[in-house]
Design a binder for this molecule. Structure first.
Ligand code: BYC
Length: 308
């Protein structure tokens, strides 16, 4: 069969909502795009453990500690599902991790900001997991089978994370004036970076058109960002917090909230490695990889001995 025929058949499958599986023919660019997106997603999960892990020993009580511990552990699991899904595309996990450690691969902008107070853990669960879910619910219907199936499980766990974050924010917002101020300060700092998580606006997103055509992404960055805003504003209002955007206003004609301009210069600066915590995050991952080397070597030696 000619390359063109293969490509037509592939597109027909995608259009008919038939999942693409690892052994199916796929355009080389589809494979590359998936490796880029899934690995960036996997890296985000494991780097995302760092800002939250920072608060495990300082959680205010046992109940909070147990929930946070479980959440951070879940993120490690998500990384594992996603690296496995990525490996079905013919790339090795070691290579993917090398790309992370050498700064070649991206991970989500959001994890380059510090978690300064306990309220940040609430804000991360509410806003960061909230934004991640909004994106991931759409990705449950992505055209690549292994990615889609990983997303179904991840979404279930992320919903729990989101509720645990909102509950922390609710308790603080209804607590003492100092606690309320702490929650408000966390919202002020995390709001705009959370909106950036959905990626650049559609007119500046080089990958969106191709990803939509192949149904890797089912909606554009701006569409998912708008849904997140529409869903989140009433939640903040209900607990008495205000959003740090003077242009935020319900627009009945659009049936959506209007919002202010996102600082894209900040986004690109963070993505290029110049955010407040980029260096610290990468160093922590490189160190974890080096510290775990003896475990991987021992496991490989054990497996080789068993095979003989
Ligand atoms: N951060 O053409 P575009 C989580 C890059 S965390 C950094 O629109 P695309 C969690 C993009 O890679 C959520 N870089 O890209 C974990 C591209 O550069 P390259 C992680 C970003 O792919 C722990 C360039 O900008 N979720 O779950 O069409 C605790 C142009 O962008 C970002 C995922 O990764 C960003 N935010 O759309 C709690 C979901 N955005 O690669 C939560 C899977 C864009 O061409 N990924 N860039 O050099 C996606 O859905 C899509 O890849 C994106 C971007 C919507 C993120």
């Amino acid at each position: 069969m000619s390359e063109q025929n293969h490509e037509n058949l592939f597109q027909q499958k995608v259009d008919n909502e038939i999942k693409i599986e690892p052994k199916d023919w796929m355009p080389e660019k589809y494979r590359k795009q998936l490796i880029r997106q899934i690995s960036q997603h996997a890296h985000s999960e494991i780097v995302g453990m760092l800002p939250e892990g920072n608060w495990i020993t300082r959680a205010p009580n046992l109940r909070r500690k147990v929930a946070l511990l479980a959440k951070v552990q879940d993120e490690a699991g998500h990384g594992v599902y996603l690296y496995s899904a990525c490996e079905t595309l013919g790339i090795d996990r070691t290579e993917l991790l090398d790309q992370l450690h050498t700064g070649k691969a991206k991970y989500s902008n959001i994890f380059n900001y510090p978690t300064l107070t306990w309220a940040d853990i609430g804000a991360v669960g509410w806003l960061v997991d909230g934004a991640a879910i909004m994106n991931q619910v759409m990705l449950q219907r992505t055209s690549y089978g292994p990615y889609s199936r990983a997303m179904v499980r991840i979404c279930k766990e992320e919903s729990f994370h989101n509720r645990q974050g909102f509950e922390i924010m609710t308790v603080l917002a209804r607590g003492t004036p100092d606690q309320k101020q702490m929650a408000q300060d966390a919202l002020n700092r995390w709001w705009w970076p959370s909106l950036m998580m959905f990626g650049p606006s559609d007119e500046n997103s080089p990958n969106t058109a191709e990803l939509i055509k192949w149904k890797v992404k089912r909606e554009t960055n701006d569409e998912v960002r708008q849904r997140f805003i529409d869903r989140t504003i009433p939640q903040g209002e209900i607990i008495g917090l205000t959003f740090p955007d003077p242009d935020l206003k319900w627009n009945p004609a659009r049936n959506h909230y209007d919002f202010g301009k996102i600082n894209w210069e900040e986004f690109y600066n963070v993505v290029k490695g110049n955010g407040p915590c980029n260096r610290e995050r990468l160093q922590a991952r490189v160190k974890a990889n080096e510290d775990g080397k003896w475990v991987r070597e021992a496991a490989a030696a054990f497996a080789a001995k068993k095979a003989n």
